[in-house]
Design a protein around this ligand. Structure first.
Ligand code: AMP
Length: 288
């Protein structure tokens, strides 16, 4: 595995690969890698010749500076995991490399429309603009044929799909399934910060989503959401939202309308914010 810290070096190396006719797959991450990230690497490895992973904790997407400061960093372990998973190139840029204009400099503004007004967009102002800014920069540098992202961040996948449309970048987006711990907790870098008691409680998010999935045909949505909300609150969560949305466009639903649906939860245990989702009625559509 090659490690690049500078944009020019990475571009030059990738140019050689592309000239030789090799396809490039890209997995952007913020590090503190777990099996969920590695499953994206493995999928990319199956589908493309050269797999590039980036690790960059992007300051512009953190609306809460404390969350940014506390974001786990485990670079040496990450490098070992990536090499073992067959990653060809790791891009590890500094903040100055990614933001020569300065983090608070002039950035493009993307018209994500409705998509950034709901759910994560409503609770994390500017978050998706920050995601758009950094993913756009990374795609400009790597210019991958294929881009691999996790369904764990369902709304983010929709935002990136929109970013590809807005910018005309021709990379193909692949949305990969959420990897879970044995008890059902969605793997997340933030799980590292859970103490043993919080780790036990953390499983309730996926249990609540399963409860909703099992009862979605039997209960009015308002009751289903309220039961889920109450359950999480009783477990000690501060709940941001429990929602049911159209999986194709994230329009919030108060009753079934025949579209594929996605159940979404965001809730905090102390200062650790967890999100998870489950799709109902079939897998995530390729339309997403
Ligand atoms: P992050 O490092 O959290 O920015 O995540 C990098 C990529 O890994 C994103 O596309 C995430 O959606 C994806 N990802 C995070 N957690 C999981 C998981 N449990 N299963 C599959 N993909 C994941």
């Amino acid at each position: 595995m090659y490690l690049f810290k500078l944009t020019g070096d990475l571009r030059a190396a990738l140019e050689q690969e592309k000239k030789a006719g090799r396809t490039v797959g890209f997995v952007p991450t913020m590090g503190a890698l777990h099996e969920g990230h590695l499953s994206l690497i493995r999928t990319a490895k199956e589908q493309t010749d050269i797999v590039v992973c980036s690790i960059f904790v992007n300051p512009t997407q953190f609306n809460d500076p404390k969350d940014f400061e506390k974001y786990p960093v485990t670079i040496s372990a990450d490098i070992q995991k990536l090499a073992a998973a067959g990653t060809d190139i790791l891009f590890l840029p500094s903040v100055d490399t990614m933001y020569p204009e300065g983090v608070n400099g002039q950035h493009p503004h993307y018209d994500f429309g409705y998509l950034e007004t709901v759910l994560e967009g409503a609770y994390r102002p500017h978050h998706f603009q920050g995601v758009g800014i950094v993913v756009h920069k990374l795609l400009d540098i790597v210019q991958p044929d294929d881009l691999f992202m996790g369904q764990k961040d369902f709304q983010q996948c929709m935002i990136i799909k929109r970013l590809l449309e807005i910018t005309g970048i021709p990379s193909k987006l692949h949305i990969c399934p959420t990897l879970r711990e044995n008890d059902g907790l969605a793997m997340s870098s933030r799980n590292m910060r859970l103490d043993p008691a919080a780790r036990q409680t953390a499983v309730q998010i996926s249990k609540t989503l399963l409860y909703m999935k099992e009862n979605i045909k039997h209960l009015p949505f308002v009751n289903l959401k309220q039961n889920a909300y109450n359950q999480l609150q009783n477990d000690g969560y501060q709940v941001d939202y429990v929602e049911i949305a159209n999986a194709d466009n994230l329009q919030l639903l108060d009753k079934p309308n025949g579209s594929p649906m996605v159940l979404l939860v965001a809730a905090k245990l102390g200062d650790i914010r967890l999100i998870d989702n489950m799709v109902v009625e079939g897998a995530v559509t390729t339309k997403l």
